[in-house]
Design a protein around this ligand. Structure first.
Ligand code: ADP
Length: 391
């Protein structure tokens, strides 16, 4: 038996194929990109196919054909008994991996307004997988689900209750990643009763306070704009600024574009790629220094906030593109936190893998871990657990 994981975005479709055993060995991963943009590209293992990929149906067909043609290497597509789909928004409804039925699809559709860029593509991925892998059970794993344990005192905004009843509250995202690295941290430290602060620093970025494996707070909110400074998103901003700009005549679409696409590191430095900021910092560029100080200052502020919320911390866990690869960001994010028992070993921090992912100093009371995130594997793991129950 095999599990196929699908992450369908608006113009891309990522996939990974796993053996459905405890080890969840990855057999194949790949990506169809530039869907609907004229010439598309399909990558899998060492294959690259350039062809028009007008829609998700075409992308899924190429994947199915690829699997059929390479059945000797990766096993027949008939062995795929479950397809796990990453679905961004599960609203208040979905707190765990969910077997897809017509009702579940309707519910995902009813949440389109909460994630207009993501949920429609995710649903397309589900419908196409139903079409091309009809013998497999389809399962949705939600990026918001892990954060559904956040208590009302944290997730509720102090605005009139009528809005809360309409679903306006904090949801949080990157849940699959925060959950994965929390579990890995527990395995690494050999215990489950942990107070963790997880930092997913990719193009999008968020932190979570995790107690005994449950999310207690996170930095993203109703949408993915709140909290940390990101590649092109602002992170926290006083809502008065938005009112001021709207009253000044800025259109809603322009404001949306400004906050989502033209802010963050891109606005502060000129590039949304942390590698460019690091290069600027190394050459003494004051803009890069400021961008990095704002970026890591926000992280430090939330480390403090989450230590207060958890009454301390056993470990910080850095993950995703920047968290895994930027020693400079890790170092600056914990600068001056020795008063709280957090101290990094600068040498270990240069090469975490060599030290089993632990980069705190010998004196540090709080562990500092670097754990590569594997969202597809987490989805597959949740599917496998469900498969044990239902298959
Ligand atoms: P996404 O959120 O799109 O999944 P990733 O988690 O892959 O993104 O993170 C992408 C970001 O990671 C890049 O924009 C880049 O800023 C950063 N990054 C990747 N490699 C490095 C590196 N070696 N050093 C510093 N930053 C890096």
């Amino acid at each position: 038996m095999k599990i196929l994981v699908i992450n369908a975005g608006s113009s891309s479709l990522k996939f990974e194929l796993f053996d459905a055993t405890k080890e969840l060995k990855s057999r194949l991963r790949g990506l169809a990109e530039r869907i609907g943009e004229g010439e598309g590209i399909f990558h899998a293992a060492d294959t690259e196919i350039t062809a028009p990929i007008p829609d998700h149906q075409a992308a899924m067909r190429i994947l199915k054909e690829y699997l059929e043609e390479n059945a000797e290497k990766f096993g027949s597509p008939d062995e795929i008994r479950m397809v796990g789909h990453r679905v961004v928004h599960g609203g208040n409804t979905f707190v765990e991996p969910t077997l897809i039925t017509n009702r579940v699809k309707e519910k995902i559709r009813s949440l389109f307004h909460l994630a207009p860029l993501h949920n429609p593509a995710n649903l397309k991925g589900i419908e196409m997988a139903e079409k091309f892998f009809p013998a497999a059970k389809q399962v949705a794993v939600f990026d918001t689900a892990f954060h559904q344990s956040i208590p009302e005192r944290e997730h509720r905004y102090a605005i009139p209750g009528t809005y809360y009843r309409q679903g306006i509250r904090q949801y949080g995202f990157h849940g699959i990643s925060h959950q994965y690295v929390s579990r890995k941290a527990a395995e690494l430290l050999g215990r489950n009763d942990l107070r963790l602060i997880t930092l997913h620093l990719g193009n999008g970025a968020s932190m979570a306070a995790v107690k005994n494996g449950k999310s207690m707070a996170t930095t993203m909110g109703f949408g993915p704009l709140a909290g940390l400074v990101m590649g092109t998103r602002s992170g926290d901003i006083d809502p008065s600024v938005l009112l001021y700009l709207l009253r000044g005549g800025m259109s809603v679409d322009d404001l949306d574009k400004m906050l989502n696409k033209q802010s963050g590191l891109k606005a502060l430095f000129g590039s949304n790629d942390m590698r460019d900021v690091e290069a600027g910092y190394a050459s003494g560029d004051p803009k890069a220094r400021l961008a990095l100080n704002i970026y890591t200052g926000r992280i430090r502020k939330y480390i403090g906030a989450y230590m207060a919320l958890l009454s301390g911390a056993d470990a910080l866990v850095f993950t995703a593109g920047i968290g895994e690869h930027s020693a400079l960001v890790r170092e600056k994010s914990v600068e001056g936190l020795d008063f709280a028992g957090i101290e990094i070993d600068k040498q270990k921090n240069q090469n975490p893998a060599k030290y089993g992912g632990e980069v705190q100093s010998a004196r540090s009371k709080v562990k500092i871990l670097v754990i590569p995130t594997r969202e597809e594997q987490e989805i597959a793991r949740q599917c496998l657990n469900l498969a044990h129950e239902i298959l």
